[in-house]
Write a protein that binds this ligand. Structure first.
Ligand code: ASP
Ligand code: MG
Length: 450
């Protein structure tokens, strides 16, 4: 068996849905369990609809018209979603009347997106000769805690899910994103949670492979918008994928893949617009290529904060006090460096001037604070880096040659990445230079790996 998950953008129009149906049909012999997101940007639409009901408007037409258009384009039964529309009208009207929108109600309203898409895809598959059945994940044992908005699956649900799915006839088309709390209410697994659903259900069924169908070419060696040479990465390890996600690449969220990783199930990221391409295979085992590293990622518009505080006797104490302040402000950091009487850290994401000003104010109780904006954190990721000082030498020589100043250099204990800070306006030059280094060396097989 395999799991095939289709993201919202892959099923955003009738034409794209037809393409996905062909993709499913091609792999019918592998016994797919299909998991779907809501069509296109439906979830965003439902959230706005709910918020606007709170303000006194009950407008559900955008949802109904959009889905009716898909139904018409796909030549499906016009009544397919009639009862779902009635239910949506009722709840939206209810929110308008009671003027209350809890997380629980928001989850219920969001559920209409995946309930509609799974019904449409199942009907379209059946109509084209591939008998399929619509399945609500919350009816087949995908049980969660009751953290509405970002619920987590309970342990011991695998057997129940597997038993229920295996008892079905036809291709199951299952709602992504949704679960059920022990109070019997619909929960959601967090935005983009359908990947999580694919991983939970794939693990429960112990499938051979989980396919994540998106609208991008799998994982890339660099951001193609700054590096025209960027190419698709055929294979990488889960640990590398996690590092890339952490440093800003739009890879699958690592935490959501844990159920699959625990069962050592390979995950493939594929482009539904180019199904013949290989995509990226993510494996739980370590993957060494003949390149010097797999990929370069970056996060721009970051700020570097320096605090000089000679009155602190211990660096640990200074760090502790500064980080506690940041936690209180709900801010996070990427990398930190210390010296005898000062600390520097790079904030985790871009913040507004107001937010930065607040950080400076809070930290100025500790010492002299300065802030440097428009910084970019670049990270080279690859298991090839591990235990290979030659590679670090090559990277920094290249930067020196290009006269690019790199600061805050850091390598985590896993040794599969090296990160450093540059100016925003050096991004293109840096990424292109390092990317060509990676490619150059890949043609000289074995020259850097001792
Ligand atoms: N439809 C949900 C969202 O937009 C879940 C998903 O697409 O994975 O967040
Ligand atoms: Mg997604």
């Amino acid at each position: 068996m395999i799991v095939m998950k289709f993201g919202g953008s892959s099923i955003g129009t009738a034409e794209k849905i037809e393409r996905c149906i062909n993709i499913i049909a091609d792999q019918k012999s592998k016994n797919p369990a299909v998991i779907v997101s809501a069509h296109g940007k439906t979830t965003n639409g439902l959230i706005s609809m709910a918020e606007s009901a709170l303000e006194g408007n009950n407008e559900t037409n955008s949802f109904i018209d959009f889905h009716n258009q898909l139904i018409a384009d796909l030549k499906l039964d016009k009544q397919l979603l009639t009862t779902l529309y009635l239910e949506l009208n009722e709840i939206i009207h209810g929110v308008k009347l009671v003027k209350e929108l809890t997380y629980r109600t928001m989850d219920y309203i969001c559920s209409f997106g995946e309930r509609a898409s799974s019904a449409i895809i199942a009907a379209a598959l059946s109509a084209r000769g591939y008998p399929a059945v619509q399945v609500n994940s919350y009816d087949i044992g995908l049980l969660t805690d009751n953290h509405h908005g970002s619920a987590h699956p309970l342990s011991d649900i695998d057997e129940g899910i597997a038993k229920n799915i295996l008892s079905l006839t036809g291709i199951p088309v299952i709602t992504g994103f949704l679960g059920r709390s022990n109070e019997g209410k619909i929960t959601t697994l967090g935005r983009s949670g359908s990947d999580f659903s694919a991983s939970i259900i794939g693990a429960a069924l112990n499938v051979e492979e989980i396919q994540i169908w998106t609208d991008v070419d799998g994982v890339m060696t660099a951001d193609p918008s700054v590096c025209s040479e960027a190419a698709n990465l055929p294979v990488m390890s889960f640990q590398e994928a996690s590092e890339l996600a952490f440093y800003g690449a739009e890879v699958l969220h690592p935490a959501t893949l844990m159920p699959a990783v625990q069962k050592k199930i390979p995950i493939k990221v594929l482009n539904s617009a180019k199904p013949q391409e290989k995509g990226t295979l993510i494996l739980t085992t370590s993957q060494l290529s003949d390149r010097i590293a797999k990929s370069i990622v970056y996060k721009e518009n970051l700020s570097l904060i320096n605090i000089v505080a000679p009155q602190f006797r211990s660096t640990a104490q200074l760090l502790n006090t500064a980080l506690t302040k940041l936690i209180e402000l709900h801010k996070d950091i990427h990398i930190a460096a210390t010296s005898e009487s000062s600390i520097s850290f790079v904030l985790d994401k871009p913040y507004t001037d107001e937010q930065l000003e607040q950080i400076v104010q809070e930290c100025s109780a500790l010492g002299t604070v300065s802030i440097k904006k428009n910084k970019c954190l670049v990270c080279v990721v690859g298991e090839e880096l591990k235990g290979n000082p030659n590679v670090l030498g090559l990277i920094f020589n290249k930067l020196k040659e290009m006269q690019i100043k790199a600061t805050m250099v850091s390598q985590s204990a896993s040794e599969i990445n090296v990160a450093f800070l540059i100016e925003n306006d050096e991004i293109k030059r840096t990424v292109s230079a390092l990317h060509s280094l990676l490619t150059e060396l890949s043609t000289r097989k074995g020259s850097v790996h001792s």
